[in-house]
Design a protein around this ligand. Structure first.
Ligand SMILES: [Zn+2]
Ligand SMILES: [Zn+2]
Length: 274
């Protein structure tokens, strides 16, 4: 898959709650003669005492992310950077962020990071699922990644704007051709900062299933009902107004998306057992 970087519309972030910002950029490609985009999002949460950036964005968007951050922070500093897992779209801008914000520390499951960034070994603070940070007036809690990509993936939850951050989980294929034979969750130019309810149509179970089976291959072999039960239990104790994925539109119709996603995972699982 090859994607370019579009300019313009994603250069600006979107305020998605009090002190909560949707940042990052999109990569772009051509599919059947049509331009399509792929989100690589970051999220900033600002409390009265501290701020945290969830995922660093892609190095291709380094300038965009740094400019968006500066604007959103409005003269304050960045205190915490939380890459949900050590892959390029999620952790690739870490050295630039740590250089720009000298008091920022990296939080999360940082077990291997000292090997990649030995110069920043003293700025890594391990946080396990269940631990939290007091941002001042709101709490940021680290959650297990119920749908996970890597062993050390974590999700997060902001009690202030009631947002659950789900990394590679909950990214949907919409009814748009994707480049090559890929099934990356793409959207059209102009849809970059839309909430799911603002999109022309929600994804069908078939579209969600197609993406699920390819992107999270293990879901073919594991009945994810237990994972979805855990997500529902977590939402009961941590009610979410929004679900914020790294590679899809921010979800504001939480209940119906959960149902679609669970149905999709079941379909993939049952299909693989025929
Ligand atoms: Zn990812
Ligand atoms: Zn876009």
């Amino acid at each position: 898959m090859s994607f370019n970087i579009p300019g313009g519309e994603t250069a600006t972030g979107r305020v998605i709650g009090e002190g909560a910002y949707w940042l990052g950029g999109c990569l772009s490609a051509s599919a059947e003669g049509q331009e399509v985009h792929y989100h690589v999002s970051s999220y900033l949460v600002i409390g009265s005492k501290a701020s945290i950036l969830v995922d660093t964005g892609d190095p291709a968007h380094r300038g965009t992310v740094l400019a968006q951050l500066e604007r959103a922070l409005g003269g304050r500093t960045l205190d915490y950077v939380f890459p949900t897992h050590p892959e390029i779209p999620h952790a690739g801008n870490l050295p630039f962020l740590l250089a720009r914000y000298p008091s920022a520390v990296v939080v999360g499951d940082v077990r291997d990071y000292a090997l990649h960034f030995p110069e920043y070994a003293d700025r890594l603070m391990a946080k396990a699922a269940g631990e939290s940070l007091d941002l001042g007036g709101r709490e940021f809690r680290f959650l297990p990644a119920y749908i996970r990509d890597l062993e050390n993936t974590l999700w997060g939850y902001d009690s202030g704007a009631r947002i659950m951050f789900v990394s590679d989980g909950f990214s949907y294929i919409h009814d748009i051709p994707a480049p090559d034979e890929d099934d990356e969750p793409v959207h059209l130019p102009g849809q970059c900062r839309l909430l799911s309810s603002e999109m022309p149509a929600p994804p069908s179970v078939e579209q969600a299933a197609y993406g699920t089976g390819r992107a999270l291959y293990w879901t073919k072999f594991v009945d994810v009902s237990l994972a979805f039960q855990a997500i529902e239990d977590t939402l009961a104790s941590h009610p979410a107004r929004l679900i914020a994925p790294a590679h899809g539109n921010v979800i504001d119709d939480v209940d119906s998306m959960l149902k679609t996603s669970l149905a999709a995972h079941r379909k993939v699982y049952e299909g693989s057992r025929l």
